[in-house]
Design a protein around this ligand. Sequence first.
Ligand code: ZN
Length: 246
Amino acid sequence: MRAYLWSQLAYLQRNTRLYVESETLLISGGFVALGRLVSIAVHLDHGDRKEDILRSLFLGFDSIMVDGSKLSFQENVQFTKALSQAASGKQIMVEAELGRLSGTEDGLTVEEYEALFTDVNQAEEFLSETRVNALAVCIGNVHGSYPPGGPKLNLDLLKDLNLVAERHDAVLVLHGASGVPEEYVKACIERGVVKFNVNTEVRGAYMETLKSEQKDLVDFMSSSKQAMEKVVLEKLRLFGSSGKAT
Ligand SMILES: [Zn+2]
């Protein structure tokens, strides 16, 4: 089975860097070192700056996401191809995004929103040119929270994209997996998705603890950690990743 079913992932992305700035190298290096002791993969998420991606390669990350999704298609191909080539021979997974993932707050019409979905013909050319290992797809998934009715994913499109990905020995990734119900998760796995990105629900659990009465900072730190752990454990079970760490 083509699979990168990771049980644990440590995500680092530019937002993190903005907060820690000069400590980034230290923190990133710490995660990489930790990854050698316990079974976690260290991943750069939404890397849209060449210098961040090259630094991650230098540090020995297990996986990078080259995010050129805000560029034109041809620019995305060139940006991703150059960094995919820089990563070649390093035994790391290279993920890229095609189409554009919107946020629920973007206020797009249905037509505008669907125009951002991943195009099957472009996916063929993109994978052929860039030779990335994983493709983050846009099939109705969004960053942030879904409306009360839940997500509406285009599973036919996902199936077609998976056929393209299989031809190029690539796997699929679904960002915006917070709030995606079990039936959709199963349908996505059947159609080649091997990695789900969950952020909103984990952050939400943390933020909820701020509303509770805490006696002390230590209590707060402990309860927020437990709240996030609970969500992560539920997701590991939902995605079928529990017990698969090696
Ligand atoms: Zn994302």
